[in-house]
Design a protein around this ligand. Structure first.
Ligand SMILES: [Cu+2]
Length: 633
């Protein structure tokens, strides 16, 4: 599934890598007179480097015409390619196996790096160098390990010094999917790291080949009557189960690209070797330690949980994984319901009566929700709507809410402003154990108050309420005589959203997390409701600060309204006042009555102009927190 623009590149790259590796495998084993160890080396490296591996194969190793391979691969630059391919094939395989293991085990990045280095080095040395090259080099396995140790060390150091910073920078940026081997992005990032590692290791390998410390490409022309799969018995026993490698030994004619015989003394002094070894060790330290200055290497793939953080979020070496998961996008792959574009939230929910108790079923899940006809958000929703269903109650009702959690994280519900038994209040980990995914929690209490209230998530509300876990509680008083009357009524629930490149992040008053969309009842203007009135009619607006961050100065055109209640409590007649702007802060409720005085199109909107735009764009004269009231004569 495409979650980010980079994913197109990732899938394309991985497809090209697979096709390239398939071609190299076919051509190597069918047509190219190369040693088997190098054939496998090129296949693996093409798998890791994609089209670059294919390019190197065709330019440096693929026999151009029959019986020209010996001469074709002779130049030093090609021998250097062969030597680097041999190194990277072994080292990278060890590194990738280690990366998968450390991710699954939940080890931190710093441990991941060290284990990758050791695994890559050992895999390269013990298997790709000492084991597979033994038939060519001669001698015992132990002699080969000893002889290969320094060349393998300097080559591995150089490769890791290039790979580590690329891997860390790309893995530990804002798209943490890159840390998890189950994600295609992980393989793409590994590929990018290996490309840089290959490039850095190449000059080192050219030097190693030139000084006769390592072999490069070879030409192997076996007995044509014999299948390449069948080696001699003694080679097979050395190779264990890897019979396919057998033809590098036995009776096959092997010609190393350089004409030295096995055992030719290296053309290198102790001082040169020591200098190169020390220098590549310094490169390694710089490559491994350098990124720790900028990234928190204590994080693990498991702890960050494939989070994608908002663009612009400030992360430092101290930013914990919890902070990243808190600010991460809602995962669109978890969407269980695509609400129709015209669906509305705040729908009255009819209870079923059980022994005099009004019972409501709440189901929280991840949905796709349209805030505009052409703009969807990934929302956390109750009963598939944003805002959640409205509960129309009467003072004195006994109610029960059976709350089932289908979210990927725990949750809870708080009845905001209500006087309830403490155990029914909702703050997760304070008055109740959070409702785990798949669990149901029962909230039951008697509604003693009346007025405008709301419910919202009280488990990580900065994240969950921002994603849409809230809804209105409208409670009629038992005695309605004191209630100021209006002809019509409309509930206004405010919300802020952050949506970029198709992903929805919890909007927060933090760097990189500021909202770019704003909704009334889950819709941004011009998708908000248009209200219809006649001159002389009155409308009771119930403002609810269901949003998380801003105080919204809600302003009415066409004359002032009368503020008649605050936070569910009706103001005494002497305390009521007229205004044309009311500041609705998070959690606050104001009931106001507005009289239609003149016919026409009157708008209500937030007076922070940025909040009346959709991603900074004005549509049909406004956007976001804007509502149209059409008054007929
Ligand atoms: Cu506002």
């Amino acid at each position: 599934m495409i979650l980010q623009p980079i994913d197109y590149v990732v899938y394309l790259w991985l497809a090209v890598a697979l096709v390239s590796a398939a071609y190299v495998a076919y051509d190597q084993f069918r047509h190219n007179p190369e040693a088997t160890v190098m054939k496998w080396g090129f296949v693996l490296v093409t798998l890791y480097l994609g089209p670059i591996g294919l390019l190197l194969y065709v330019l440096a190793d693929k026999e151009p015409r029959p019986n020209t391979h010996e001469a074709f691969v002779a130049p030093l630059w090609k021998q250097g390619v062969g030597s680097t391919v041999h190194c990277v094939a072994g080292d990278a395989t060890g590194i990738i196996l280690a990366a998968i293991a450390t991710a699954v085990l939940g080890l931190p990045m710093w441990a991941d790096l060290l284990i990758e280095y050791v695994a890559g080095f050992l895999f390269g040395l013990l298997i790709f160098q000492a084991l597979f090259m033994r038939a060519i080099m001669g001698g015992t396995y132990a002699e080969n390990v000893r002889r290969s140790f320094l060349p393998e060390l300097v080559s591995m150091n150089a490769m890791m010094s290039g790979m580590a910073p690329v891997m860390i920078t790309l893995m530990m940026g804002r798209d943490m999917r890159a840390m998890w081997p189950g994600e295609p992005l992980f393989w793409f990032v590994m590929s990018m790291g290996l490309i840089v590692g290959f490039a850095i290791a190449y000059p080192v390998n050219v030097w190693l080949v030139a000084r006769k410390l390592k072999h490069g490409l070879m030409t192997v022309r076996g007995d044509q009557s014999r299948s390449g799969k069948q080696g001699t018995a003694d080679t097979n026993s050395d190779m264990g189960g890897m019979a396919g490698m057998a033809e590098i030994g036995g009776s096959a004619g092997v010609h190393a690209g350089h004409e030295e015989k096995p055992g030719t003394p290296p053309l290198v002094t102790r001082a040169q070797l020591a200098a190169v070894t020390v220098f590549t060790l310094l490169m390694l330290v710089a490559g491994m330690y350098g990124p720790a200055i900028f990234f928190n290497l204590r994080l693990s793939a498991e702890s960050v949980g494939r989070s994608i953080m908002p663009p612009g979020m400030i992360t430092t070496t101290e930013t914990p994984a919890d902070a990243m998961r808190d600010m991460a996008a809602a995962d669109p792959r978890l969407v269980s319901y695509h609400a129709p574009a015209a669906a509305r939230g705040d729908q009255p929910l009819t209870p079923r009566m059980e022994n005099g108790v009004k019972v409501f079923d709440f189901e929280a899940s991840v949905i796709q929700w349209n805030i505009l006809p052409n703009k969807t958000v990934t929302a956390y929703a109750i009963n598939g709507q944003v805002p959640g269903p409205r509960l129309d109650l009467t003072q004195g009702d006994r109610i029960r809410i059976d709350y089932t959690n289908h979210l990927p994280e725990s949750t809870s519900m708080h009845g905001h402003g209500l006087i309830v038994p403490n155990a029914m209040d909702g703050p997760a980990n304070i008055t109740q154990r959070p409702i785990a995914p798949g669990e149901t929690f029962v909230y039951e209490f008697t509604v003693g108050q009346s007025g405008t209230y709301f419910y919202h998530s009280h488990d990580k509300p900065d994240r969950q309420q921002a994603f849409g876990l809230y809804g209105a509680l409208i409670i009629q008083p038992r005695d309605t005589t004191a209630e100021p009357h209006a002809d019509l009524e409309y509930v206004i629930q405010l919300q802020e959203w952050l949506n970029r490149d198709g992903l929805t992040y919890p909007a927060m008053l933090m760097e990189g997390a500021l909202p770019n969309y704003f909704t009334i009842n889950g819709k941004a203007y011009p998708a908000t409701d248009t209200l219809h009135m006649h001159v002389g009619q009155t409308m009771k607006f119930r403002f609810i600060g269901t949003n998380n961050n801003f105080i919204h100065p809600m302003h009415m055109h066409g004359g002032p309204f009368t503020v008649i209640a605050r936070d569910g409590v009706v103001l005494a007649p002497a305390a009521r006042f007229d205004a044309d702007v009311i500041n609705v802060g998070p959690g606050q409720r104001y009931d106001v009555i507005w009289r239609a005085r003149e016919p026409g199109k009157w708008i209500m909107h937030c007076h922070i102009p940025h909040h009346t735009l959709n991603n900074n764009v004005e549509t049909n004269g406004a956007g976001g927190l804007t509502l149209l009231v059409e008054v007929e004569p």
